[in-house]
Design a protein around this ligand. Structure first.
Ligand code: IPM
Ligand code: MN
Length: 359
């Protein structure tokens, strides 16, 4: 097949890890007889520096005209000034909204060979396989907000959690569809004991599950309790669906289960059109430019891209198998290496994945 892939390397280690994922995609295209055309566009802090805009129009247009988008990471201390006119993160929120990417899929799978790198005990973590489905274009991230300055010099600020029926229905359906191909267990997370928006979420989710997915196991958990369960019994969960902000927080917590954020990919998808794929880790400015970042999360994100946007299941599985093989062989980047043990550079890890792919 022919596919147009936009690369958004971004800031910090973004360009380093995206480059490795691109090499893997090129190898997959060769091996399976596809034509992938790549176009690199600016986003984030470097785009603010060069264009005064974290998401230049040309970048958004290129993404919208593509088949899929692969993002590295955005942000860094250089652009962290709270008084700055714009921030790298604004580019990320805008691209999600403009591309209609209402669902963020964040699989958290514990690799058995890495379980001992987890801060939790092996008997708790081993076997963890959760798919988080985070609502991504609504809620408090996009609700009404404001700031009032008072005469006495103090200030008042507010941000609003807003959801409508349709926004809840579509993300719950997506989660339920994903659960069909897994263990068939959906858990919806909310704060319905306090928040009106969560009470609507709970009612709509329950209706969709009862009317459309009666065969799936469905449960509801309050977000504070979920924060606890996630580290006490992570293997109990299969698909967890929740709003934008709870999903943001719980997926960071969840990312610690397998030991390193350097392994976890994410997919942001809408009802149609191109999806956006990225590692869940950030731009890690402290290690940028040193060639020590772990490229595996971005490589695994490229596998999700092949699966979800390009419908190339066999190719996606080949990348995942190559990563499994590399990890099983004991090859590690610095973030997942045992203390004092040898580790590979970013590009050396990329080389190993290519070798495992047979390229
Ligand atoms: C994420 C990030 C973003 C978010 C930030 C960078 C805006 O934390 O993708 O989880 O909060 O959504
Ligand atoms: Mn986050």
């Amino acid at each position: 097949m022919n596919a147009k892939i936009v690369l958004l390397p971004g800031d910090g280690i973004g360009p380093e890890v995206t480059a490795e994922a691109q090499r893997v995609l090129v190898a997959v295209a060769q091996k399976f007889g596809h034509e992938f055309a790549f176009e690199s566009c600016p986003i984030g802090g470097n785009a603010i520096d060069d264009f005064g805009d974290p998401l230049p129009d040309a970048t958004l247009k290129a993404c919208q005209a593509s088949d899929a988008v692969l993002l590295g990471a955005v942000g860094g201390p250089k652009w962290d000034d709270p008084n700055a006119k714009t921030r790298p993160e604004a580019g990320l929120l805008k691209i999600r909204k403009e591309m209609g990417l209402f669902a963020n899929l964040r699989p958290v799978k514990a690799y058995d060979v890495l379980v001992d790198a987890s801060p939790l005990k092996r008997n708790i973590v081993a076997g963890t396989d959760i798919l988080f489905v985070r609502e991504l274009t609504g809620g408090i991230y996009f609700g009404d907000s404001g700031l009032t300055k008072h005469d006495d010099g103090t200030e008042t600020a507010f941000s609003t959690e807003v959801y409508s029926t349709h926004e809840i229905e579509r993300v719950v359906r997506l989660a339920a569809e994903a659960a069909k191909g897994r263990s068939g267990h959906v858990t919806s997370v909310d704060k319905a004991n306090v928040l009106e928006a969560s009470r609507l979420w709970r009612r709509v989710a329950a209706r969709v599950m009862k009317e459309e997915y009666p065969d799936l196991k469905y449960e509801v958990v309050l977000v504070d309790a979920m924060a606890m369960h996630l580290i006490s019994k992570p293997t109990y969960y299969d698909v967890i669906v929740t709003n934008n902000i709870f999903g943001d927080i719980l997926t960071d917590e969840g990312s610690m289960l397998p030991g390193s954020m350097g392994l976890l990919p994410s997919a942001s998808i809408g009802s149609d059109g191109p999806g956006l794929y990225e590692p869940i880790h950030g731009s890690a400015p402290d290690i940028a430019g040193q060639g020590i970042a772990n490229p595996l999360a971005t490589i695994l994100a490229s596998a999700m891209m092949l699966r979800h946007s390009l419908k190339l299941e066999e190719e996606a599985a080949a990348i995942e198998a190559a990563v499994d093989q590399v990890l099983a062989a004991g090859l590690r980047t610095k973030d997942i290496a045992d203390k004092g043990a040898e580790w590979l550079s970013t590009t050396a890890m990329g080389d190993e994945v290519l070798k495992a792919l047979g390229s």
